[in-house]
Design a protein around this ligand. Structure first.
Ligand code: FAD
Length: 335
């Protein structure tokens, strides 16, 4: 039987809607003051006006959609930000933080847009997106085996830049090339070389962060507690990460990657069973992950299959020897 809402429930609902409308209307009134505040706190040689997209701007929707990776959060009913500040210079980040604080506006921080819950571009209260995707320079210093990477640079861009300068260096980060270092490293950052080198966050030597007062702090200025917190605690909880100084790790010039998929009929369960005991005990330069997925089986019947993706810091003949010793049944399974 359908439940009829009580008059109290209806009143509560109407009041909530009214309050929400009032709060958005007040925020829109503050938006102009906020926008006028921005040039006062940013460097005049980098006009911040060119980085502002309000909902009246014809490019607003395009800029918003460009980095939304979870399409559930781009539907019309999802609240949209009042404006996007696509920072081109560090001072734009400082100005956005200072002016948002002065005008009591909420900001979300956006680098690569891969947040599973849309936290970088969705909010239930009126908000502005501070987008740092334009801050994406990467300076590699092979002599010191380190690199300064801006928060908007993606993992793929970082891998590419390192490979351009050195064939025997790398950085332990994720498998997805479009994830940005801003969100990736501040959340930890796991990937195929983590068994040997740890998380991305374990390989950070310094960072530049804009704090709530709009001040740029490096490791020395922020202190070890904050430096510890931003490496895994979610950057947005503590400030805006401008850049990371990462430690490059030494890798062989040639590595081996593979992906083997098995259906249930092909013995996926046997291999999976054995994988859980063997994979954690393999040498640290070896990483095999297992993911299960639904596939179209015979006659388009849905079936389950398991993929084993591997990364080995060495050459294929060494890997084959290792796999044959650790998974003797894999010879049968791979027939
Ligand atoms: C397809 C896909 C594949 C993935 N693969 C991996 C993987 O292999 N390994 C792995 O570790 N993770 C992986 N992830 C998870 C991903 O690393 C996290 O979601 C990460 O937070 C995304 O960072 P982003 O900058 O791209 O996303 P965003 O949505 O821009 O940001 C994510 C979070 O970080 C905050 N943030 C972003 N930039 C800054 C900044 N400059 N300063 C402060 N806070 C900031 C945001 O406010 C938000 O809370 C994957 C995600 C997806 C969608």
């Amino acid at each position: 039987m359908m439940k009829v809402p009580t008059s109290k429930a209806i009143l509560f609902f109407v009041l909530s809607v009214l309050l929400s409308l009032v709060s958005w209307a007040t925020a829109y009134a503050d938006l102009n003051d906020f926008l006028q505040c921005l040039p006062k706190f940013s460097e005049s040689s980098y006009p911040i006006i060119e980085t502002i997209y309000t909902q009246k701007n014809t490019s607003f929707q395009y800029v918003l959609n460009a980095y939304i990776k979870n399409r559930r959060y781009s539907t019309p009913t999802i609240p949209k930000s009042m404006a996007i500040i696509a920072a081109m210079h560090e001072s734009h980040v400082q100005a956005t933080v200072v002016c948002a604080k002065q005008h009591a506006l909420h900001i979300t921080i956006w680098s690569g847009g891969h947040d599973y819950e849309g936290l970088s571009y969705v909010s239930s209260v009126p908000f502005i997106i501070l987008d740092v995707f334009n801050l994406r320079s990467i300076e590699i210093n092979v002599t010191y085996e380190s690199s300064w990477v801006q928060a908007g640079a993606t993992a793929g861009e970082l891998y590419y830049k390192i490979a351009e300068k050195s064939k025997v260096h790398g950085f332990p980060a994720g498998v997805c090339p479009t994830v940005a270092t801003g969100g990736l490293i501040s959340g930890g950052g796991y990937g195929p070389t983590m068994r040997k080198f740890g998380l991305s966050a374990d390989n950070i030597e310094d960072a530049k962060l804009v704090n709530v007062n709009g001040t740029i702090l490096d490791r020395n200025a922020m202190g070890e507690d904050l430096f510890w917190a931003i490496r895994g605690g979610g950057g947005a909880s503590f400030g805006v990460i401008l850049s990371w100084k990462i430690k490059l790790v030494r890798v062989p010039a040639k590595v081996t990657v593979f992906n083997v998929t098995r259906s249930i009929e092909q013995g996926a369960l046997d291999v999976l069973y054995r994988w859980q005991y063997v994979a954690p005990k393999l040498p640290k330069n070896t990483y095999i992950r297992a993911t299960s997925q639904v596939s179209n089986g015979e006659g388009k019947k849905k079936a389950v299959e398991v993929s084993f993706s591997g990364h080995f810091l060495g050459q294929i003949y060494e890997l084959l020897r290792l796999i044959n010793e650790s998974f003797p049944s894999s010879k049968t399974a791979s027939k």
